[in-house]
Design a protein around this ligand. Sequence first.
Ligand code: NDP
Ligand code: A1CAB
Length: 273
Amino acid sequence: MDYTIAFLGAGSMAEAIISGMTAKQIVSRENIIATNRSNKERLVELEETYHIRTLDSKEEAIKQSDIIVLAMKPKGIQSAIAEIQQVISEEKIIVSLLAGISTSYIEQLLARDNAVIRVMPNTSAMIGQSASTIAAGKHVSEETITAIEKLMTSIGTTTLIEEEQMDAYTALAGSAPAFYYYMVEAMEQFAEANGLHKEKAKPLMEQTIKGVADMLKASEDSPAVLREKITSPGGTTEVGLRTLAEHEFQQAVVACLEATAKRSAELREMFEK
Ligand SMILES: NC(=O)C1=CN([C@@H]2O[C@H](COP(=O)(O)OP(=O)(O)OC[C@H]3O[C@@H](n4cnc5c(N)ncnc54)[C@H](OP(=O)(O)O)[C@@H]3O)[C@@H](O)[C@H]2O)C=CC1
Ligand SMILES: O=C(O)[C@@H]1CCC=N1
């Protein structure tokens, strides 16, 4: 693709996307520009690791780019747009990664009819395995959506959604890798307590998760049926599942996702003023 993309924000999510994009070579490295607020060392690190360009001047980065990726924290949206509002002309496409913040608020801050698109990726973008959701603002053409979807396939899968569902999808895919990692951390605790060697246990856990993901995709069975096929009456799994139920595992997971989605809505309430 011959777009030039400017990242306003050079933190973990920007890096994950830059890593995925440069690996797939969908965008050439010289067409990726990263900027941030003040951390110069971080820009040098990204430049050296991914051979992209970095600029201190956000204005210059914007002038040189077709797509502007907002990759700062949600609380920074107002001041970030205020800094650049004057230099963002109407043909620039704005892609926001910010949890909670709506396209309509960004449109309002821009005070121009730019195409504003929300993308909620996850950090697996780093290895081209993000499950990203995409929602369009009111000035986005079909052509622009298609272009952004294509661009985002360089970091994994993309799913077009209605913006009102973004809070729930943020829980289910944006934040969810952290919840899976948290479960793996618990498994590591068990492995250590049982004297298992890390170099043997870790690949086993990785392959087990990968196998589960691939089975969910390949099998026509529901997750419940897949689970039942593992659970021999009177066997080991049954006892494990009963213990999870005693600890209200499923209720905990649902509560976790509900709270995550709610927080996404709260970020909007807090920072859209
Ligand atoms: N981390 C994740 O898994 C995901 C994050 N997101 C979203 O991505 C966004 C970034 O998250 P994450 O990468 O984790 O955050 P980080 O804290 O790692 O990075 C934030 C970056 O924004 C920069 N920044 C702050 N203010 C400005 C500004 N005014 N102009 C330009 N850059 C600025 C910071 O620069 P400096 O260091 O110089 O202060 C820093 O490089 C958030 O909005 C989050 O909701 C979405 C999906 C997943
Ligand atoms: O924790 C957060 O707010 C961001 C959004 C999704 C994942 N990380």
